[in-house]
Design a binder for this molecule. Structure first.
Ligand code: MSP
Length: 498
């Protein structure tokens, strides 16, 4: 089985913030989980570097655009590493291998008569790099619905893609794949945009010079969104030094936030259909991080710096918080207070203490060897896998947490320290069962938490003498071998000063 998952490629006109980290962690958790299931995975992320927006940011920074892109892209790449993202490739749209393929793709559309010349006059948001109609905008004042800032009137001669013509094929695609876009509300939103009539899209720009030249008319550049969307294809063609499209195309899952649903759910599949490629298998649209109810963005000036979080609490704390705090698919507020609360309450107390108590008691009462016993708790791995198959990342984590909580309740009920006072065979057996249950449950948690908090999961598995056993079959309870060597690890989530 092959599984390919992508994040949007991030604009380099601003530094990475928690919203960017969110999609990357989500993609990484899915990639790691599918690898656990024995699948071949291609996980892709990267940076989107052309267009007027980036050119303006470079100018404001007093730098040539390419140099500016190199610097900011490097910060995004450093963030993927700092977050322990296991992406197979990091694409940059300024890669010459990408640029050449974008030109070929557009040339091919042109050659096959899929583009026509026309004049565009309309309202353009240069932050979105998207044309809007008055109905889309906040009135009065023609404000961009995303950036809350006035759009500009732009008029130019461009090459157009006849998107409207593709509506029937797109509707067929949607009707044949009820999960094409998830959650359902986003599917309905995209489908009704198509059914309501589509406007053709201008695929070239006469006024933006920082972009890939149109092969047959080099005074124009290719529209940045065409260039950007194609990353999902070109990366599979050159990213690993060989073409892996036979294995990984079409993309299994594109992740993104709702502001770019139209481009991914409508423009992208239409482009692919026109060029004779299979469209993606599915999209998942997650919500926005907000602070005080406002979308977190550079433009809004309300960003949390993920590097700061990692420096203070570690990559796993960041990853856990992002996947846990906001219900996957919904908008939600993220704050430093919330981060500290989850770190202390759930990572340090619920999970960290469980691991620490379980291992300490086995060291103390059974000389560090897992006794023979039966796991007394209810397994959750099947429901976790089912949630992850439905791309419900926070739901799966909540399922895992029910096991964390029941293990903690189990310790309190069994009171192994009381059982340990007696030599009665029945009590000895009860203590063996209790200790086995704890060690085995902690181990299963390590396996299931691996996609979310990989470094801590590896420490947990090492502590119960089962390092490296992260394959999904091992999420089942009762698979820990008696006799495994247990040691108490350093605190997994040490206390930090706020
Ligand atoms: N460059 C385009 C995407 C091209 S993909 C072919 C773009 N870039 S972006 O930098 O604005 O960020 C896009 C993605 O970053 C969003 O779709 C989302 O996945 C993530 N997020 C950015 N801000 C976010 C929040 N405040 N909250 C949640 N996710 C956020 O659009």
């Amino acid at each position: 089985m092959a599984f390919s998952v992508t994040t949007p490629i991030y604009y380099v006109n601003s530094d990475p913030h928690l919203g960017h980290a969110y999609t990357t962690v989500a993609g990484d958790a899915l990639a790691r989980h599918h690898r656990q299931r024995g699948e071949d995975v291609f996980f892709l992320t990267g940076t989107d570097e052309h267009g007027g927006n980036v050119a303006r940011a470079a100018e404001a920074a007093g730098m040539p655009p390419k140099q500016f892109c190199d610097e900011v892209s490097e910060r995004f790449r450093r963030l993927t590493t700092a977050m322990e993202s296991s992406n197979d490739f990091f694409i940059r749209t300024t890669d010459p291998e990408h640029e050449r393929r974008v030109q070929d793709f557009v040339q091919h559309l042109y050659h096959d008569g899929h583009l026509y010349e026309g004049t565009y006059a309309g309202l353009y948001c240069s932050s979105c790099e998207v044309f809007y109609t008055e109905g889309d905008l906040i009135q009065p004042g023609n404000l961009c619905p995303i950036h809350n800032r006035p759009v500009e009137w732009v008029e130019e001669k461009n090459w157009f893609f006849p998107l409207s013509k593709w509506a029937p094929k797109l509707l067929e695609l949607y009707d044949a794949n009820p999960d094409f876009v998830r959650p359902r509300a986003r599917y309905n939103e995209a489908r009704s945009m198509i059914a309501g009539g589509l406007e053709d899209v201008s695929f070239t720009r006469a006024t933006v010079s920082w972009g890939i030249p149109v092969p047959w008319e080099p005074s124009q550049t290719i529209y940045v969104w065409v260039d950007a969307l194609l990353n999902y294809r070109t990366a599979q063609e050159y990213g690993l030094g060989r073409d892996v499209t036979a294995e990984f195309w079409p993309t299994s899952l594109h992740l993104m936030a709702k502001d770019i649903l139209r481009l991914h759910g409508i423009v992208w599949p239409a482009m692919l259909l026109a060029a004779g490629y299979e469209p993606p298998r599915g999209l998942f649209v997650h919500g926005y991080f907000t602070t005080g109810g406002e979308k977190m963005s550079k433009t809004m000036g309300n960003v949390i710096d993920p590097f700061e979080v990692i420096d203070l609490l570690g990559a796993d704390a960041l990853r856990f918080y992002l996947m846990r705090e906001v219900q996957w698919g919904q908008d939600g507020d993220v704050t430093w207070e919330g981060l500290h609360r989850r770190y202390e309450g759930e990572l340090a107390n619920d999970l960290g203490n469980l691991v620490s108590r379980a291992t300490a008691m086995i060291v103390r009462y059974r000389e560090g060897r897992v006794p023979e016993g039966r796991n007394a708790l209810e397994p959750v791995h099947e429901s976790v896998a089912a949630r992850l198959d439905a791309v419900d990342l926070s739901g799966a984590l909540e399922e895992i947490w029910t096991l964390v909580r029941s293990a903690n309740r189990y310790v309190e009920e069994q009171q192994p320290w009381v059982l340990a006072r007696s030599d009665e065979p029945e009590q000895v057996r009860a203590l063996d069962d209790a200790l086995y249950t704890l060690a085995d449950t902690v181990r299963s948690l390590g396996v299931m938490l691996y996609p979310y908090i990989p470094a801590s999961a590896e420490k947990i598995l090492a502590a119960v003498g089962d390092p490296g056993a992260i394959t999904w079959e091992r999420a089942a309870l009762g698979t820990l071998a008696a006799g495994s060597e247990v040691r108490q690890p350093e605190p997994l989530f040490p206390r930090v000063e706020k």
